[in-house]
Design a protein around this ligand. Structure first.
Ligand code: SAM
Length: 419
């Protein structure tokens, strides 16, 4: 199996980034159009057309496309304006996806590092650099893995602006905790801020879409159905299943404080572009969306000095595994962190073993496993599904952190574990 296919099995979320660049290009952003070509991706419309959708439905989808375009265009450009307002920061774009932000920042001489999963970085790094005179830095990371983030940002860089759009909704609660504590450590080390648009857009995306589509209940209903469906299909997980998207804002604010951050809310209105291409110069729609932005905020998180925690965490550990196969029984011991970066190796080794003999049982030894992300859980699921008798799937010696992850994500009952 190709590396990309393995990565798709362990963490399919990287696929969601493709539609973002397609929509930015469709809205007319020239850098995005050039980058889409350099990436050899199809346009949004070409991707739609190649799906076998009946023409009447296709036409309806085309009618609601401006709403998708607007959401992506407005999110991307407002964050760009926000960054340009604080040019003494070094931008750490997490996740950068395939956006043209690196090209725009390097043109303006703003320090920039794009971070995303390996599957994205491998494509975006050469493509964006082929369009830029200056070097644009990209690094493959997993946001739940502190070491990968730390390795990506040189020691001497000060005053980070970590920008996050379209990420936090993909994490289970244990993953979100890891990401929050990792970013806390980065800000302790380098200083700066973490700027997030995820909650603003998840709260107001339907209202913005409705303002773009006008008072057309059929289009609005179609938009709502397709958004919910495509988001969960693309991510293969339940959306917004963590505290950051709790409907009660006070719960989220308490969580942010508990994780050691100070929150400042900054109204989006001052950072909106003068024109939105996807509104096609319709003044009524323009006024309607600007009214909604008055309620939307950048959430800027900083680390107060009294919230510094200097020690590292055991989850910095890298990953290794050992598979012993005898008479169709696999004894697998895992050490360190099993996450999006490390899971493809385990899956590959398992598939190679399974090629040679029928696997009838798997016994895991988790004595030295510090952490498992949903990518690791997916690999276990692949192995579990392939067994005829699910009772022959056992996990021994898991520590409390790992047990808690299984419980929170429901994988303890999925695997019939009595923890
Ligand atoms: C909806 S896209 C948004 C990308 C970009 N910000 C944009 O607006 O186009 C979600 C991105 O999150 C990335 N991602 C998912 N899980 C991640 C993780 N654990 N660490 C780093 N990036 C991750 C995916 O690869 C994908 O590029």
């Amino acid at each position: 199996m190709e590396d990309k296919e393995l990565r798709e099995i362990v963490n399919p979320v990287f696929n969601t980034a493709k539609s973002c660049i397609q929509l930015n290009a469709a809205s007319g952003d020239e850098d995005s159009i050039d980058l889409l070509k350099a990436l050899s991706f199809k346009t949004f419309d070409e991707t739609l057309t190649e799906k076998s959708i009946p023409k009447v439905i296709l036409d309806q989808i085309r009618n609601i496309t401006p709403a998708y375009m607007f959401l992506i265009e407005s999110r991307f450009n407002s964050m760009n304006n926000y960054i340009e307002n604080r040019i003494n920061s070094h931008v750490v774009d997490l996740p950068c996806g395939y956006t043209a932000r690196g090209i725009k920042m390097s043109r303006q001489g703003i320090g920039y590092t794009g971070l995303d999963l390996p599957a994205v970085i491998e494509d975006v790094c050469p493509a964006a650099n082929s369009l830029s005179d200056k070097d644009i830095t990209y690094h493959a990371v997993d946001a739940t893995n502190y070491k990968s983030l730390d390795d990506a940002i040189p020691e001497e860089i000060r005053n980070l602006m970590i920008t996050t759009e379209g990420l936090l909704m993909y994490f289970s609660q244990p993953e979100l905790d890891e990401v929050f504590s990792n970013i806390h450590r980065l800000l302790e080390k380098h200083g700066g801020r973490w700027v997030i648009l995820d909650r603003a857009y998840s709260n107001y995306d339907k209202k913005l879409a409705q303002a773009v589509l006008g008072n057309n209940p059929i289009l609005t209903a179609l938009y709502n159905t397709l958004t919910a469906k495509s988001a969960s299909e693309a991510a293969d997980i339940k959306f917004a299943d963590n505290v950051f998207f709790n409907p009660d804002e006070n719960v989220v604010k308490d969580y942010i404080t508990k994780m050691g951050f100070k929150l400042t809310e900054i109204c989006m209105t001052d950072f909106l572009p003068e024109h939105f291409n996807s509104l096609e110069a319709d003044p009524k729609k323009d006024a309607a969306v600007r009214e909604i932005f008055k309620y939307m905020h950048f959430w800027e998180l900083t680390v107060p000095k009294d919230s510094f925690v200097t020690e590292g965490s055991s989850s910095d550990n890298l990953f290794s595994f050992r598979i012993e196969a005898e008479d169709g029984i696999l004894d697998i011991s895992l050490t360190g962190r099993l996450d999006t970066l490390t899971s493809p190796d385990l899956l590959k080794a398992y598939q190679e073993t399974a090629k040679n003999e029928e696997i009838i049982g798997i016994a895991f030894d988790f004595s030295n496993l510090d952490y498992i992300s949903s990518a690791g859980l997916r690999v276990l699921l692949v192995m579990n599904k392939a067994l005829k008798n699910k009772k022959n799937f056992t996990i021994n010696h898991a520590n409390d952190t790992v047990k808690e992850i299984f419980k929170t994500t429901g994988f303890d009952s999925a695997f019939g574990l009595n923890w």
